[in-house]
Design a protein around this ligand. Structure first.
Ligand code: COI
Length: 357
């Protein structure tokens, strides 16, 4: 495996107050970087001081959006060692996104090695206060300077780190979501399953409209019939109908296969709950609410972890879920997953990787 060069900063920054962390506004002292070209493949892996890159206005990523990213979190375990939640799943997903965007595959072992090296250097940035973590953002962008529409021949991969608190201002209090049947995020055959910048750009307009109406996020419906529930964009969605957990199927290909989503499905099944990954229409959700069977709604994501949904609005029809309070199951699963991440619950699925092992 290639040697990872290390260039340390001469001017380490002051660490933030852990109790006042928002999401993704502060960056650590270092970043991991490597480059790609056709002759050498991925090369020159290095950890260097966090800082600006030299870029040209003609770089393809600015024009055609060939960019993919990931999100993971690091914590400290009981012994104080840095641990990462399901990093290999995140790196594997990066390669699935890369394939869809015509970006060359990365060596997953080298990326994990690079991340471990970076975390070792910046480990003092891992916050330990309740609800905090060190958010890990790997990214690949196209670097060719050209205006022709084609896959780039050069790329840069980098990982930056950000100490974070809760993703939503609400913390783990229920959020309000607006169901849009006017705009769509992704369609079958599109890029919905990939973690690519364009999917997030596509979400902004409807999200701003929802914010104007007092809602935190948008719930997307399928792009063809505007009927089936897809995801929230920053998280996947679960409905607890009676005692069954229902979450939209990934089979259509327009939804991101969330790692927290997968963790919740696995943990819930292990706890004896019935979980259905299937098409679920927004009519079915509203009908279940009318019948008093919609017990809980919550989102899952690396950034958001578990985020209860207290209010939904679809077609001017506003419903309140579980009296706008976090439900029993949401609380249970939140405690279990954060317990596994922080090492206070047994990691029976082997999801937590110590960077020193
Ligand atoms: C994550 O949960 O890691 C995400 O990437 C969602 C969002 C912050 C873009």
């Amino acid at each position: 495996m290639e040697n990872i060069r290390i260039i340390r900063t001469n001017s380490p920054k002051q660490k933030p107050d852990e109790k006042a962390l928002g999401f993704g506004a502060i960056f650590t002292d270092h970043m991991f970087v490597m480059d790609y070209d056709i002759e050498d493949g991925w090369h020159n892996p290095r950890v260097e001081p966090y800082g600006p890159f030299a870029v040209e206005p003609s770089m393809m990523v600015f024009h055609y959006g060939q960019a993919i990213f990931e999100g993971m979190k690091a914590y400290r375990n009981k012994n104080g060692d840095p641990v990462v939640f399901r990093p290999l799943n995140g790196i594997a997903r990066l390669n699935r996104s890369a394939e869809r965007l015509c970006i060359p595959q990365v060596d997953e072992k080298l990326v994990w090695q690079g991340l471990k090296t970076l975390l070792d250097i910046d480990k003092d940035w891992i916050p330990t206060a309740e609800g905090t973590a060190l958010y890990i953002r790997p990214l690949i962008i196209s670097m060719d300077c050209s205006l022709g529409v084609r896959p780039s021949h050069t790329y840069r991969f980098f990982i930056i780190l950000s100490p974070v608190g809760a993703y939503y201002a609400e913390g783990i209090k229920p959020v309000k979501i607006y169901v849009t049947d006017e705009y769509v995020r992704a369609v079958k055959g599109g890029m919905g399953f990939a973690k690519t910048a364009g999917n997030y750009a596509a979400s902004l307009y409807a999200a701003e409209k929802a914010k104007e109406k007092g809602y935190t996020q948008v719930l997307w419906l399928d792009g063809c019939q505007h009927k089936y529930v897809e995801e929230v964009g920053t998280m996947n969605i679960f409905f607890k109908i009676d005692d069954t957990l229902v979450t939209p199927t990934l089979e259509v290909g327009s939804i991101l296969g969330g790692i927290t989503r997968d963790s919740v499905v696995t943990m819930a099944e292990h706890m004896g709950y019935k979980v259905e990954e299937r098409l679920i229409s927004i009519d079915e959700v509203y009908e279940a609410h009318k019948q008093g069977r919609l017990k809980e709604v919550f989102g899952t994501g690396t950034a958001a972890v578990i985020s209860p949904v207290g209010v939904m609005c679809w077609d001017d029809n506003v419903i309140e879920i579980n009296n706008n309070e976090m439900g029993e199951f949401s609380k249970l699963i939140y405690n279990k997953i954060t317990g596994i991440q922080r090492g206070t619950e047994e990691d029976i699925f082997g999801w937590v990787k110590n960077i020193y092992e």
